[in-house]
Ligand binder design. Structure first.
Ligand code: ADP
Length: 171
């Protein structure tokens, strides 16, 4: 289970999904529907962008959930949470969440995967900030996300939408 807001999905997230598929046959990308958090993209938009950018990956299921991740995982009979770790700044929050989830359900394990070095500083929020003011994010988000950011902000955020190989990168 790879949970998150994915507002929007980036190559950093996709790098983690690809790495998860090297370990697991199936990965559920679970988009959190959190009414108290304002998102740029609707749930349908976020799921559409993930579906389109993982269309070539076998074993990816995209779903949404509300409430406690541990309840949702019990319903889906999933037992491993995958999270991505970027810089040290992710660590404290992720550590807290993982320990709390362990308290809620001892049978669920959390594993942390590192993205390629190239994506270590990529975040959905920095992508939104940059593209809001017309910056180019094509290196960090898939073409469908570039298109939808452009529609949202009414600007041209990207050119040359070629998806780089993430896994063949020795970093
Ligand atoms: P949240 O709102 O729960 O932080 P996100 O959608 O931002 O969710 O991220 C989901 C997960 O993906 C988190 O574990 C986050 O640390 C991880 N993640 C986000 N961007 C990257 C990246 N560039 N590289 C590796 N992991 C990432």
């Amino acid at each position: 289970m790879y949970p998150g807001s994915f507002d929007p999905v980036t190559y950093g997230h996709l790098n983690i999904i690809e790495r998860s598929l090297q370990i697991f046959d199936r990965v559920v990308v679970a988009v959190l529907d959190n009414p108290s958090k304002q998102t740029l993209f609707t749930m349908e938009e976020r799921m559409h962008m993930i579906r389109e950018s993982t269309a070539q990956c076998h074993g990816v299921d995209v779903d949404s959930f509300q409430g406690l991740l541990m309840d949702y995982m019990a319903n889906r009979e999933a037992c491993v949470v995958v999270r991505g770790l970027r810089a040290v700044s992710d660590f404290e929050y992720e550590f807290q969440m993982a320990l709390m989830n362990r308290k809620l359900n001892r049978k669920v394990q959390t594993i942390f995967l590192l993205p390629s070095l190239k994506y270590i500083f990529t975040s959905s929020s920095i992508i939104k900030q940059v593209t809001r003011f017309g910056g180019n994010a094509a290196e960090f988000v898939p073409p469908v996300v570039c298109r939808m950011l452009k529609e949202k902000f009414g600007k041209i955020p990207a050119r040359g939408n070629v998806r780089p190989e993430t896994l063949n990168n020795p970093e």
